[in-house]
Structures are given as structure tokens and as C-alpha cells.
Design a protein around this ligand. Structure first.
Ligand code: ATP
Ligand code: MG
Length: 659
């Protein structure tokens, strides 16, 4: 059944595509004028005279904080809730746009009082607190460049990012709550700054968990003390569209992290437009929850800038999904009446592993659209996400033994926007607009480019693929939110992204078209396997494995092999269904299953059952370490281990491979 609202969104999406096809630059100029407030209107749309260094809307001036906060207050929406904060211990805070404007203004004044001016860099090393959002926006407000470093990173990782950006101030917290225990941050900042020779003058410390911390007089200041003392009036600093807004390091899944630099006007245009289009975001009525940490690009673009620039109401949550119980996320979604949920496949696979009872006991009837980001979502996980989470139309019945009979399902399936993009792209690149309506969606495929972005799948010579086999995903034309460079290293920017195919941005991911021309992501090109001359996709074999009831998660790599060139190794986490199944039985069953599903050539040479998979702190599987283990290395490079959420997992896998 198609509702009036759905019909309207379908119509709107068609118009957007048609406008963009007619005149791409005019399309973006119109979006920029409609979605963003400009202090000085731009006349120039795109300057591509010095590729790959793009300049968008360069003669206009604006301010990202003004767009995310002040304009909503000016429009009379100051009482609208901007943020519902939920702390892990259960404490809460509700912040309206008017309150946010005051707090951000005070923080901007405080930063200026500490000597931070336009163009200076500020490192932000905070947990998921309201202050994280406030600090980011306060930097934007004064034209300072923020460099958010994910709160799970080590002192070394933090120090190298501080040095690279030459940050003047670090904003941190004493610590936060994680799995019910204090998780300290300030000591890590102290460690990072222990060796002299750094650029930091001040450390601002948010008081969160009240644990004892060391204090360096003169350098360290309580955030609330310096901010409370400031007036709530602050004049926005208008900046040119190409003024740097932030530096953000990539997650480091494939190599050393790159300090990606984004600028103001084009970035803001595309995150505002895509937040609106991809999620069909209705700021007056929706409650949006993006579960990413602000330390990742998803948090920058789809918590801070995109949704807030639209004036949306959002939920942010400090803690882990399983504290104090495995239903915490669903409890939060029910409590705030979340309508749009945006999360990562790894979270869905964990929820699947924990079982649907943990979801079914809650009422998720408010959900109307789901999003996925970060990795390819296996069709199995996609179906579960839609059916168990999205289509939940009321709490189930909880029985005495703790089991749950599911509640009613929604009459129409809830659409899922599988969004493919990167730190470098700044905003969504591929996603089926929700207007495609649930029936036209393909589980596991991000399908097509957003209006105004020109992508292609090409062969080794940069020619569009003529069949449905694996090629390389590229972006053919500049887009407004594209990275402008790697901070301090223009040459690395050119070499990494622009030197593979003439005039095209190479994303590093493999992809293929299907018969309808929709795009399927197939994993990192570095991970593509070549077995006896056949190119095989890690993503497809992993999805086949996850589709088996024994498997909760899977990672596949190709390792050097004397006879076949490369041999396939699979690492799997088993589900509870696997009780009593031996390693040998599991291996045999799964090899046969892959052989049947994809073909005998795709049968893994070895399948190792593991307790967990090596994941980066952003939740992505780090396949290069698994490849090292499969190729007989006996331990990992410590630098790579340090980027893992749980290094012990990898040590166990190395041990397992030796047996
Ligand atoms: P690094 O570049 O340092 O290795 P990273 O690539 O993991 O780190 P991000 O920019 O956070 O850092 O991630 C972008 C990558 O995530 C994409 O290139 C792609 O491989 C993967 N990805 C993101 N969304 C999707 C999706 N919807 N489907 C498939 N893959 C995705
Ligand atoms: Mg990358």
C-alpha cells in the first residue's frame, strides 16, 4: 500500500534526479541556495581549473554553526529539542536549539578567550556527550578547524594526530562510563602530551565521571568553569566557503590513517541535502538516531552537520549496546520514539547473535526508516534488520521463562537505506533513496548514486564495465562534499585517490553492476582474491557464510598459495545453533555450503572458528591482519594491533592458525 506521503517522496526524488540530470552544477547551486544560509551569496559554483583540488561556491561566505543552530532559533524553532542525551548509567539531558545556541556561544567565547582564532586547530577527544557536539560547533562558529579523535584511541594515536594538525587546544573529559565502569580519557591526554615539543597550550576538561585525575596548573582547565563564565552572546565568524571546517583521520582499516580535510560550503550543502533526501528527514516530526560515534565521519556528517542543519531532533547515547542488558538500544528507541535509525552492519550482526528476544520485548512501532553504513550489509543481516527491528509494530509478550513471543508486524515493510560513502567523500554517494519504496530495494546493494553525483564501475583501463563482473568503483565528476586534500600532504591526496584512473576519483572498493544497472559493493580492492585466475569477492563469500544458520559473522581473505596463486581462508564466529558442533563438522558443512552457493572455486581452503573477529574501533573487520595470519605470520605488527578494539582476539587467531 502506497501512502500519500510515500507518493510525494517518490515524486520528489524523481524531480531531484531529473534536475540533476538536466544540469548537474545548476542542481548543486540550487541545493546550496535552498539548504544553506549564505551571508554573502556565491556566484561561482565550481572551480575545477586545478584538479583534483576543487573549489565549490568559493566566492560565498557562510558559517556551519550558524546553519546548524542559530538559523533554527531565528526561524522561531528555538524550543525544538535538538538533542536527547542518554548516559550509560541512565542519566539524561534534553537540549533545545535555543539552549544549544547559548552553550555553543559560551564555548566559542571561551575558546577565543584562550587565544583560539580562525584557522587554528582544536583537537577534540571526547566521549559521546552533549559537550562533544557543542565543542565541534563552537569551533565551527569561530572558524577554528576541529580534529576529532575517537575516544578509544591510544595516547600515541592521539599524539600523532595532535602533532599532524598542530592543535593548540585539546578538549577532553575526565572519562566516561563504559560497560558500567569508568573509562578514563584525561590520563591518556596526559600521556600523549608527556613528551615535550607539542603544540598544545590548553587542555579543557569536561567533568563527567568525577574520578580522580592529575592536573597540570596553567595548562588544564575545567570546561564548565571557563564556559560558564562566558556570556551567551557571540557573533558568528563568517568564513569563505572554502575555509577548512575539519580534519578527520580515516579509520585505518587498510593502512596508515589519512588526515582528510573538508571545507565549509560544499560539505554543508551535501550533508544537509543528503540527510534530508536519504532519510526523508522531517525535522518537525522525526526523532533521528545515528548510533555512530562523533569520532567517525558518520558522526560528523549525520549527527552534527547534516541533521542539525535541517533542524532535526536527535538521540545520542554514551554507552555500549549491551549495558546493562542486551536490549539497551531498543529500550532507548522505544523511550524516545525514534523514527529513523542509522547504524552499522556490525551492530546488526551482534543483535542477531544475541537473539531476537532482546528486540521483540520492546515497542518499536515508531520506526519508519532504517539506514546502514560502514561495511557491506549481508543480505541475511539486511532481512533481519528490516523484519525484526524495522517492522516491529508493538512489544511482544514476555513469558515467565524469559522467552518472548513477537508482537505485531507493520503492514508495509520499512525501507532500508544502505549508504555507501567514505571519510573522503564527506557525504552519501550511493544509496537507494527511500522513495524507491521498500519493494524496489535490493538487500545487500547500495544501488545507485544520489542525485548530482556521477559514479561508475570501470575495468583496469577506466572503461565502464560492460558486464556484471567485478570492477572498480569510481566517481567521475567532482562533488560538493569531496575531501579537498590530505592535511599537509597534497601529493599523497593525488597519489592515493587520483592517480589510478585518469580524471576519476578511485575509492579503493571493488563493485559490480547487476542486470538493472544497480551497483553492488564487493569489498576493498586490496582484499580482492584471485583464485586460479578468477576474481572473487570477499563480501560475496562472507554473505554466503552468514546466510548459514551456524554462522553469526564471517571474514574472508585470500592468502598466497603455491598452487592456486591465492587460497581462500575464512574466519567465522558461530551462532548458538552450533552447540555441540565440532570444528571439523562446522568446517565441512560450511565449505560445502559455500561450494553450493557460489561455486566450487569459492570453497575456502580453511575455515577457522574464532571467538571474535579483529575489528577496528569503528567496528570494521580488519582483513589485512587475517591475511597475515593465513600466510603463516606468527604475530602482528604492533601498530596494526593498536587500532583494534580488542587486540587479544587477533592473538587468539594467530595461535589458532598455528595449530
Ligand atoms: P582507511 O581508509 O584508513 O582504510 P576506512 O576506509 O575504513 O579506513 P572510512 O572512510 O570510515 O575509513 O570507511 C569507508 C569505507 O567503508 C569504504 O571505502 C567501504 O570500503 C566501506 N563502506 C562504507 N559504507 C559501505 C557500504 N554501505 N557498503 C559497503 N562498504 C561500505
Ligand atoms: Mg578508506
Amino acid at each position: 500500500m502506497v501512502t500519500t506521503h510515500e507518493r510525494e517522496t517518490i515524486q520528489r526524488a524523481r524531480e531531484l534526479y531529473a534536475d540533476a540530470d538536466r544540469d548537474r552544477l545548476e542542481y548543486w547551486a540550487t541545493r546550496a541556495r535552498n539548504e544553506v544560509y549564505w551571508q554573502t551569496p556565491f556566484r561561482e559554483v565550481l572551480d575545477w581549473s586545478n584538479p583534483p583540488f576543487a573549489r565549490w561556491f568559493a566566492d560565498g561566505t557562510t558559517n556551519a554553526c550558524y546553519n546548524a543552530v542559530d538559523r533554527h532559533v531565528a526561524a522561531g524553532n528555538g524550543d525544538r529539542v535538538a538533542l536527547y542525551f542518554e548516559g550509560e548509567p541512565g542519566d539524561t539531558k534534553t537540549v533545545t536549539y535555543a539552549q544549544l545556541q547559548d552553550r555553543v556561544s559560551q564555548t566559542a567565547n571561551a575558546l577565543e578567550a584562550l587565544g583560539v582564532t580562525t584557522g587554528d586547530r582544536v583537537a577534540i577527544y571526547l566521549p559521546m556527550l552533549v559537550e562533544a557536539v557543542v565543542s565541534i560547533l563552537a569551533c565551527a562558529r569561530i572558524g577554528a578547524v576541529h580534529s576529532v579523535v575517537f575516544g578509544g584511541f591510544s595516547a600515541d594515536a592521539l599524539r600523532s594526530r595532535i602533532d599532524d594538525a598542530q592543535a593548540k587546544v585539546v578538549i577532553t573529559a575526565d572519562g566516561s562510563y563504559r560497560r558500567g565502569k569508568p573509562n578514563m580519557l584525561k590520563p591518556i591526554v596526559d600521556d600523549a602530551l608527556a613528551e615535550p615539543g607539542h603544540s598544545v597550550d590548553h587542555v579543557l576538561v569536561v567533568q563527567r565521571n568525577d574520578e580522580n585525575i592529575d592536573w597540570i596548573e596553567g595548562r588544564d582547565k575545567w570546561f564548565h568553569e571557563v564556559v560558564d563564565a562566558q556570556p551567551t552572546a557571540h557573533e558568528v565568524v563568517w568564513v569563505e566557503a572554502e575555509h577548512p571546517l575539519f580534519i578527520l583521520y580515516t579509520s585505518g582499516t587498510t593502512g596508515t590513517p589519512k588526515g582528510i580535510m573538508h571545507t565549509t560550503g560544499g560539505y554543508l550543502t551535501q550533508v544537509t541535502a543528503t540527510a534530508r533526501d536519504t532519510f526523508d528527514l522531517q525535522p518537525e516530526t522525526d526523532v533521528f538516531w545515528c548510533t555512530a560515534d562523533v569520532g567517525w565521519v558518520t558522526g560528523h556528517s549525520y549527527i552534527v552537520y547534516g541533521p542539525m542543519s535541517n533542524g532535526a531532533t536527535q538521540v545520542i547515547y554514551e554507552g555500549t549496546p549491551d549495558t546493562p542488558h542486551r536490549g539497551r538500544w531498543w529500550e532507548i528507541a522505544e523511550k524516545y520514539g525514534v523514527t529513523i535509525l542509522y547504524t552499522a552492519p556490525t551492530a546488526i550482526r551482534s543483535a542477531m547473535k544475541w537473539g531476537r528476544d532482546t528486540v521483540d520485548r520492546y515497542d518499536l512501532s515508531s520506526l519508519r526508516l532504517l539506514g546502514s553504513v560502514g561495511e557491506a550489509i549481508n543480505p541475511e543481516a539486511w532481512d533481519w534488520y528490516q523484519h525484526v527491528i524495522g517492522n516491529n509494530d508493538g512489544a511482544g509478550t514476555v513469558h515467565d521463562d524469559g522467552t518472548v513471543t513477537p508482537g505485531p508486524r507493520k503492514p508495509d515493510p520499512v525501507p532500508i537505506a544502505d549508504t555507501w560513502w567514505q571519510t573522503e567523500t564527506g557525504a552519501h554517494i550511493l544509496t537507494p533513496l527511500p522513495a524507491l519504496s521498500a519493494e524496489d530495494l535490493k538487500p545487500g546493494s547500495a544501488q545507485r548514486a544520489v542525485p548530482g553525483v556521477v559514479v561508475d564501475v570501470v575495468d583496469d583501463n577506466g572503461h565502464t564495465m560492460q558486464d556484471t563482473t567485478q570492477g572498480f568503483l569510481v566517481i567521475r565528476e567532482p562533488w560538493p562534499a569531496m575531501a579537498r586534500t590530505i592535511w599537509g600532504d597534497d601529493q599523497r591526496f593525488v597519489d592515493t585517490y587520483w592517480s589510478h584512473f585518469d580524471g576519476m576519483y578511485f575509492a579503493g572498493d571493488g563493485a559490480r553492476f547487476d542486470e538493472d544497472g544497480d551497483i553492488w559493493l564487493l569489498g576493498r580492492v586490496d582484499d580482492v582474491m584471485n583464485i586460479s585466475g578468477h576474481r572473487l569477492s570477499t563480501t560475496e563469500i562472507e554473505s554466503a557464510l552468514v546466510a548459514h544458520s551456524l554462522v553469526a559473522e564471517a571474514a574472508v581473505v585470500g592468502a598466497q598459495d603455491a598452487t592456486t596463486g591465492q587460497a581462500i581462508y575464512a574466519f567465522v564466529i558461530l551462532t548458538e545453533d552450533s552447540e555441540g558442533v565440532s570444528q571439523e563438522e562446522a568446517e565441512q558443512t560450511l565449505r560445502d555450503h559455500v561450494g553450493k552457493h557460489i561455486g566450487p572455486i569459492a570453497k575456502p581452503k580453511r575455515i577457522l572458528v574464532a571467538r571474535d573477529l579483529p575489528k577496528t574501533r569503528s567496528g570494521k573487520i580488519m582483513r589485512r591482519l587475517l591475511k597475515d595470519a593465513a600466510e603463516g605470520q606468527t604475530d602482528a605488527d604492533p601498530k596494526a594491533l593498536a587500532t583494534l578494539a580488542d587486540p587479544a582476539v587477533m592473538e587468539e587467531i594467530f595461535a589458532g592458525m598455528r595449530n
